[in-house]
Design a protein around this ligand. Structure first.
Ligand code: NAP
Length: 303
């Protein structure tokens, strides 16, 4: 369990507390008695935790809101990000540029430590906008004067959330479409295991000024295999039908134009299923942090 330890009584700012990972990490922090402030757009989305934290209304699209949120903060855990353009900003603005601004604001506010969630394989020339924006953000974090920790994750999963939820919906169809051939590889990591790893990073004194962990689950799966496991866990085994990427892109871009921000899936989201999110270190970094990550089947209750 996370103890206050190095965090003492100093305030911790958590962004993305309402997301899959943040909502898993937050109860660990509050249960350990760590004073937490959450930068949120809508506090109601914090659920019961909202009475245990300080709330700073803010938005990645509104950098002035960072200043208020960062007052008196020692540690920033920056998890907020988006894989979909928003009215207030693009994926690049809300991921890359906002992180750079958050780092600058944290430096100015006198914070000491900055923890940032990135993704495996984030490079400036990746085909996906999200991973390119993560590369920009990683540069800003690693170049900062603060003590920093980058947590680069493979695909995160939790029952009823994220990709698992989308596959659950798709499995209601008679066949489940795969973007391309579903050959891209992931090492799925349960959000609870990822949260335990971050909690352990926060508990221990960093060994170097800029540290980086690559967090992945214990198995390497193609998207096709992952889809079979998720649909199998639901008892809905369906034929998987590869759909050419060009066709998926065209159809999703058209629906985005027609539905104006309300499309159930965007091309930027679907494109993530065409890139591999893997590390040759496998689950080694998670184990180094004292976490033995669980296999997808055991989390979904299918194994
Ligand atoms: N999920 C994965 O497979 C995966 C893999 C690798 C890395 N990561 C990274 O891990 C982190 C957490 O991922 P996740 O899956 O927990 O994400 P998530 O469930 O999509 O949650 C995103 C969080 O960011 C917040 N957010 C989005 N736009 C915002 C804005 N404009 N202003 C303020 N907050 C905003 C959301 O708040 P609202 O409630 O207001 O929408 C939510 O709390 C992200 O940085 C993500 O890129 C995720």
């Amino acid at each position: 369990m996370l103890a206050r330890g190095t965090l003492a009584d100093a305030m911790l700012l958590l962004t993305g507390a309402t997301g899959m990972l943040g909502s898993t990490l937050l109860p660990r922090l509050t249960a350990a008695g760590i004073p937490v402030r959450c930068l949120v757009r809508d506090p109601r989305r914090l659920g019961p935790e909202r009475v245990r934290v300080q709330i700073a209304l803010g938005d990645l699209a509104d950098p002035p809101s960072f200043r208020h949120a960062l007052r008196g903060v020692q540690t920033v855990v920056h998890l907020a990000a988006t894989v979909r353009d928003q009215p207030g900003g693009s994926i690049e603005e809300l991921g890359g540029i906002a992180t750079w601004r958050m780092v600058e604001a944290a430096e100015r506010a006198g914070a000491e430590r900055f923890v940032f969630s990135s993704a495996l394989g984030a490079t400036a020339h990746d085909r996906t906008r999200l991973l390119r924006s993560k590369a920009l953000a990683e540069d800003a974090v690693a170049g900062s004067r603060l003590t920093t920790t980058i947590i680069a994750c493979s695909l995160l999963h939790a029952p009823g959330a994220g990709l698992v939820r989308m596959l659950e919906r798709l499995s209601l169809l008679p066949v489940v479409p795969l973007v391309g051939h579903g050959r891209a590889l992931v090492q799925p990591l349960w959000a609870q295991d990822a949260a335990d790893c971050i909690a352990e990073c926060l508990r221990r004194e960093p060994r170097v000024r800029h540290e980086r962990f690559e967090l992945a689950g214990p198995e390497t799966l193609s998207y096709a295999a992952l889809t079979r496991i998720v649909t199998g866990a639901l008892g809905r085994r369906r034929p998987l039908v590869p759909v050419p990427e060009g066709l998926v892109r065209g159809a999703l871009r058209t629906s985005e134009l027609l539905l104006d921000g309300r499309a159930p899936v965007t091309w930027d989201e679907a494109e993530m299923a065409t890139v591999s999110l893997t590390t040759p270190r496998g689950a080694a970094d998670a184990r180094m942090l004292g976490v033995e990550p669980r296999r997808l089947v055991s989390v979904l209750g299918a194994g």
